[in-house]
Design a protein around this ligand. Structure first.
Ligand code: F1X
Length: 313
C-alpha cells in the first residue's frame, strides 16, 4: 500500500469561465468540486493505475465533511484526522476563450494546533506498518510545528519506509538530510532549493545530481510541457518528453506525474520506466478540466509516445 500524507487538504473548485477578466461580475458555467490538496491528486492517479493507496491528513468543518464525501464517492481510501478549522478552498478559473488560460487562487489554510498535527502524525505512524512507500505531497498549513515535515520523515525512517517527497517551503532543505528515496519537484522549486535557476533540461539534470549530493537518493525534476529529467540512485541520468496533447488544464499534472512514478515503482519498475509512466499520467491529466482527473485509457494511449530526451554526450 502507498500512504500519501496531505498536510494541507482543500476543496478544489474549478470554474469554467469564458472571457474571464478582472473587475467584472461573471456568471459561471460549469463548476467542478473535488477533494483536493496535491496528495489527493496523487491518490487519484494511483487509484486509476490500480495501486492501493491511503490518504492521511487533517480535515475540518463543513467543507471537510464535503471533502470526505467526495473522496469516498471516488473510491479513495482515507484516514483523516478531524480538526477544528474549516477546510480551505483552492480556486481555479479556466478560460476556454483564452486557450484554456488558468488563474489559480490557493487559500493558505487555517492554522492547525500542535495537538492536531501530533494526531495526524500518529495516524501516519500506525499506517506505516502496512506501507510500501510514504508520499508527502503539497504545502503545510500555518500553525504546524517548524519541524512538521521532519516529524514525518523521522517516523518513516524508524519504520524503514522509503519517502517520496513533493513539497515546498522552509523545511525542505533540512529534509534532504533524511535521505528521501525520491524528490519530485518542478524546475522552479528545484532552483529555489539550490539557490540558482535551472533554465533548461541540461541545467536541470545538473541540479538533480547536486540534489543527490545533498542527500536525496533519486530525483525527478519536471519541466512542464518539456517533460522531465532525473537521476537514479545508480547515477543514471534520463529524460522523457511530454507528449503533445490538446491540453485543457494542467492543474494537478505534477501530482499525477508523482502518482504515476509511485505506481510504477510499486510494480517493481525502476525509476526510469516509472518516470515514463508518470509523464503519461501527467499528460493524461491535462486532457480533462479539473485537478487530477485522468483515465487509464489515455495513460495507456500516451505511454508509447513519451520519448526519451536526447541528453547529448
Ligand atoms: O497548496 P498546495 O498544497 O501546495 O497545493 C494544493 C493545490 O492547490 O495544488 C493542487 C494542484 O497541484 C490542487 O489540487 C490543490 O488544491
Amino acid at each position: 500500500m502507498i500512504v500519501t500524507v496531505v498536510p494541507n487538504p482543500a476543496l478544489d473548485k474549478t470554474i469554467v469561465l469564458p472571457h474571464f477578466s478582472l473587475g467584472r461580475i461573471h456568471r459561471a458555467g460549469e463548476v467542478i468540486i473535488q477533494a483536493g490538496g496535491k496528495g489527493f491528486n496523487v491518490a487519484r492517479a494511483l487509484h486509476t493505475l490500480g495501486a492501493q493507496g491511503l490518504v492521511i491528513g487533517p480535515v475540518g468543518g463543513y467543507a471537510g465533511k464535503h471533502l470526505l464525501a467526495l473522496a469516498r464517492e471516488e473510491g479513495l481510501q482515507v484516514d483523516m484526522e478531524e480538526v477544528a478549522a474549516e477546510l480551505r478552498t483552492c480556486l481555479t478559473v479556466v478560460d476556454p476563450a483564452a486557450d484554456y488560460c488558468l488563474t489559480e487562487i490557493y487559500e493558505q489554510g487555517a492554522p492547525l494546533t500542535r495537538a492536531e498535527w501530533d494526531a495526524v502524525v500518529r495516524r501516519v505512524t500506525s499506517a506505516l506498518t502496512q506501507a510500501a512507500f510514504l508520499v508527502i505531497s503539497g504545502s503545510f498549513p500555518p500553525g504546524v510545528p517548524e519541524d512538521a515535515l521532519l516529524m514525518l520523515l523521522r517516523q518513516a525512517r524508524a519504520a524503514s519506509v522509503p519517502v517520496f517527497l513533493d513539497t515546498h517551503g522552509a523545511q525542505l532543505p533540512a529534509a534532504l538530510a533524511y535521505h528521501p528515496a525520491l524528490l519530485k519537484v518542478n524546475q522552479f522549486e528545484a532552483g529555489e532549493l539550490l539557490g540558482y535557476p535551472l533554465a533548461d533540461s541540461l541545467q536541470a539534470l545538473e541540479g538533480a545530481a547536486e540534489l543527490q549530493r545533498r542527500g536525496v537518493r533519486e530525483v525527478v525534476i519536471s519541466l512542464g510541457k518539456a517533460g522531465v529529467v532525473g537521476c537514479t540512485a545508480e547515477g543514471q541520468r534520463f529524460g522523457w518528453t511530454a507528449p503533445a496533447v490538446p491540453a485543457l488544464s494542467s492543474t494537478g499534472s505534477g501530482d499525477c506525474l508523482l502518482g504515476g512514478i509511485a505506481a510504477g515503482l510499486m510494480r517493481g519498475q525502476g525509476l526510469i520506466q516509472s518516470a515514463r509512466l508518470g509523464v503519461a499520467a501527467g499528460a493524461a491529466n491535462t486532457l480533462q478540466i479539473g485537478a487530477g482527473r485522468l483515465y487509464l485509457s489515455d495513460i495507456e494511449r500516451l505511454l508509447p509516445v513519451v520519448k526519451a530526451i536526447s541528453l547529448g554526450g
